[in-house]
Design a binder for this molecule. Structure first.
Ligand code: DGT
Ligand code: CA
Ligand code: CA
Ligand code: ZN
Length: 581
């Protein structure tokens, strides 16, 4: 079933098509009016269409023919007239309309008189200068169009969690400092901790939204204001991210936070639960369902719950769901487990020093781990094949082990393990022979090269590493770089089964470029009985701060302290560490 936004988009596009085709303004405006009504409707119009189709007609701004289109969309997922209108225009012309600053009038001109049919042809004609002969197309206007095309081309990319979260946190603090702000939070995929986000969704509770919108759109980091309304605004920041800000009344904070945290799929499940209990849920609250089409909040109906998320879940008889699990899977079926927290982590088991490609000495890394309250740190520099990372030859490794042990003996109050991040070579052999690995206190085995090999080869490779009795952790098991390369795609089920049986832990590498294992693979690994190790792979002191991204990824996979070796008591960890090799 489609959302109100889907309906609004179709009506807006029909209005655009009609205008581009030169149809009369009355028809164009009628389409846009319906789009606005759909956008502002608090109720799901498709649900209304299916339940009480007559109620659509009764909504101000929706005529009989528009109601028929909405019913058609609700029942078939399509709108014939929308498709017919689009078919009358060049396929790429609607993309031209999406370039900021280009309205239907200009696009009509560019198309009919300039021969522009899509964004590529627009770019080509801008570059060749041939559009300058058109009326109203001065040099300044043309340059603006070119800049706006560049904008949308960079804007379509998703942003990594590690880049977006600090930006959002700074904005939250900035908004919090504005007068009249009672609550402020980021919502959306960012609050759910996804590894990438499309945009930053901010929510603010206030009795007086307009001055907050004005202040927000004037923040110095804003490059361009995409929309500025009384209760919602959108901006693009100088470094490219889009930020949406919504203001709501303090009394409906919980309902709005719940709605704008999403995911869409989770919201669908919640609305269905509400319906089963003769209630209606929207971003203004959970209301008793009195069968009337008009939204309850505009009729003064008192909500069952609205001010906190907790109250709404409780009234729906659903145990509180941590944001990281709100993806519309099975999170509403039973109480969620007590998920791992950053404060549960007691040790770092994968880091680098100046011996390979790190920027700090062994002692600096050990003291930093101690300062952060860890009970143990494993120093794991690269092995000999990682030449680009200054990997250690067997000879250098032996000296390094001695150096790590010297620091261990000198620094009190923290356990220090002499380890290695040993390459898993393409064929599954490890980069040091077994007798050398036996000299180490700790072995993380990771794939670094040949990351495009076949699924079969990747499976054999990881299984071979798991079978080595010295290996305690498989580091960044896929080798993916978010937005960079997909990494290995082995038969994960076979890998998880072998790791669970051998009690070899799988790493969640907390570096936000990696977040590897990824969330859903963590979940699958846990279901198979695997142990998980979260490490920052620190190459310097600041990198210890990356831990939270790994913990978030673990939480999205349903990870608890029980299954994370970094969170175990020292005694339990030691027994496990010593149990092989
Ligand atoms: P993103 O930005 O692509 O990483 O993903 P989200 O989940 O942050 O999505 P976004 O920014 O479009 O919307 C934020 C939340 O608002 C979303 O998680 C749920 C809610 N929401 C937005 N549009 C709709 C909709 O049409 N229907 C429903 N049920 N919820 C919506
Ligand atoms: Ca978002
Ligand atoms: Ca958004
Ligand atoms: Zn590595």
């Amino acid at each position: 079933m489609g959302s109100n936004a889907d309906i609004a988009r179709r009506f807006n596009e029909m209005g655009d098509c009609l205008e581009l085709l030169g149809e009369n303004a009355f028809k164009v405006n009628a389409m846009r009016k319906v789009a606005r009504v759909a956008e502002d409707a608090a109720d799901d119009l498709c649900a209304v269409a299916l339940r009480i189709p007559k109620a659509l007609d009764a909504i101000d701004g929706i005529g009989a023919s528009s109601a028929r289109k909405i019913i058609e969309f609700a029942t078939t997922g399509r709108m014939a007239e929308h498709e017919e209108l689009l078919a009358r225009l060049p396929a790429g012309l609607m993309d031209v309309l999406r370039v900021p600053g280009l309205g239907p009038k200009t696009v009509k001109l560019l198309w009919e008189q300039g021969g522009v049919t899509d964004v590529p042809s627009l770019k080509a004609k801008l570059a060749s200068g041939e559009l300058a002969t058109l009326p109203r197309m001065g040099a300044k206007t043309l340059q603006n169009i070119a800049e706006n095309i560049a904008f949308i081309e960079t804007a379509s990319l998703r942003t990594r969690l590690g880049d977006a979260l600090p930006v959002a946190e700074a904005l939250v603090e900035r908004v919090r400092a504005l007068s009249g702000v009672q609550q402020v939070a980021y919502a959306g995929s960012l609050r759910r901790g996804r590894d990438t986000v499309g945009d930053i969704d901010l929510l603010v509770a206030t009795d007086n939204a307009a001055p907050i919108m004005a202040a927000f759109t004037a923040f110095p980091e804003v490059a361009r204001v995409l929309a500025h309304g009384d209760t919602k605004s959108s901006v693009r920041l100088k470094h490219g991210m889009q930020v949406d800000l919504r203001a709501v009344q303090p009394a409906v904070w919980g309902a709005a936070l719940l709605y704008f945290t999403g995911s869409k799929e989770h919201n669908v499940v919640l609305r269905e639960r509400a319906q089963k209990r003769q209630m209606r849920l929207n971003e203004y609250g959970l209301f008793p369902d009195d069968g009337q089409a008009e939204p309850p909040q505009t009729r003064g109906v008192k909500p069952v719950a609205a001010d906190t998320e907790e109250a709404i879940y409780k009234a729906l008889h659903i145990a509180w769901v941590p944001p990281e699990l709100r993806e519309g899977r099975t999170e509403c079926d039973a109480a969620s487990p007590e998920l791992l927290q950053v404060s549960d982590i007691r040790r770092e088991l994968h880091c680098h020093t100046t011996a390979s490609d790190g920027s700090c000495s062994i002692e600096q890394m050990v003291l930093e781990a101690k300062r952060r309250g860890f009970d143990c740190i494993a120093i794991t520099d690269h092995s000999r094949s990682s030449a680009q990372a200054n990997g250690l030859s067997v000879e250098r490794l032996r000296e390094h082990i001695a150096a790590v042990h010297a620091v261990r003996d000198r620094v009190q109050g923290i356990h220090v393990l002499a380890g290695s991040e040993v390459d898993i070579l393409a064929d599954g052999h490890l980069d040091y022979p077994d007798d050398v690995l036996a000299e180490l206190d700790w072995v993380v085995a990771s794939p670094h090269t040949a990351l495009k090999q076949s699924s079969e080869a990747a499976t054999q490779r990881l299984l071979a590493a798991i079978a080595n009795p010295h290996v305690r952790v498989i580091g960044h098991p896929s080798g993916r770089i978010i937005g960079g390369r997909p990494g290995l795609e082995p038969d994960w089920q076979a890998v998880f089964a072998a790791a669970a049986k051998a009690r070899v832990a799988l790493e969640i590498n907390a570096n936000p470029m990696r977040l590897d294992l990824r969330d859903q693979l963590v979940h699958a690994a846990l279901v198979t009985g695997c142990l998980i190790s979260i490490n920052t792979d620190a190459h310097g002191l600041d990198n210890f701060d990356l831990l939270r991204f790994g913990v978030t990824t673990g939480r999205r996979g349903g990870l608890t302290a029980e299954h994370c070796v970094n969170a175990w008591s020292w005694k339990r960890f030691e027994a496990w560490r010593a149990s092989r090799g």
